[in-house]
Design a protein around this ligand. Structure first.
Ligand SMILES: [Zn+2]
Length: 212
């Protein structure tokens, strides 16, 4: 049985032909390369992801800083580490909002605001590390998986801005009886769904080709 590897996400397909579309990242047939015994052993020895070609390397200070930062981001998996900020904190913030909305305890709602602002401050790092991994490891492939991840991160940043400003302008938005409260809670739910979706897609990229 011949084996084909998706050059975008690393998914391995067994069969005479590569699949029309990668089941993990939706890259098309042309992104698959056949794995031969030789290729398999040599690709294992060069496990480090493809980096920018040495010839193009500029010697300016900023370019060097960027190059070193980019290498460290991939080497130490900074994106999967950083995504725990939105994915860990925002579900908790939503639960805090619901506690205040339905049970009282206004301090929880204040904690939710701090959580929104804190996550918003960390989002540039989350997005930048994600962009670097997308460009270097997945060669900037514009597949459905990455479109969803990019869309989800745009929605996340926009909603964090809207909800933080809204809450600062209207401190009683979660406890008021107006319909604004429901829209606020609904948008918070959409926010958590967006980060969850981006995380789920990331999980599929990293773990998708594993059998267990
Ligand atoms: Zn793939």
């Amino acid at each position: 049985m011949r084996k084909w590897e998706c050059t975008v996400c690393g998914y391995v397909h067994e069969g005479e032909e590569p699949p029309d579309e990668c089941p993990v990242c939706a890259a098309d047939k042309s992104m698959f390369v056949e794995i031969t015994e030789e290729a398999a052993s040599s690709s294992e020895s060069t496990a480090t992801p493809a980096s920018a070609s040495k010839a193009e390397e500029k010697t300016t200070f900023l370019a060097t800083v960027y190059h070193v930062a980019s290498e460290q981001i991939l080497k130490h998996h900074l994106h999967p580490i950083m995504v725990h900020t939105p994915n860990g904190i925002l579900p908790m913030a939503l639960i805090f909002l619901l506690i205040t909305a339905f049970l009282g305890f206004p301090l929880f709602e204040t904690a939710a605001l701090y959580s929104f602002v804190f996550v918003l401050i960390t989002m540039p790092i989350v997005v930048f590390t994600g962009y670097e991994v997308w460009q270097k490891r997945y060669r900037g492939a514009m597949t459905t998986t990455f479109k969803i991840k990019i869309g989800a991160s745009i929605v996340t940043v926009l909603l964090l801005c809207v909800l933080s400003v809204w809450r600062i302008v209207r401190p009683d938005i979660v406890t008021t009886t107006s319909t604004g409260r429901w829209i606020f809670l609904l948008l918070s739910l959409v926010l958590v769904t967006a980060v969850g979706l981006a995380g789920h897609m990331g999980g599929k990229l990293v773990f998708g080709s594993r059998k267990n």
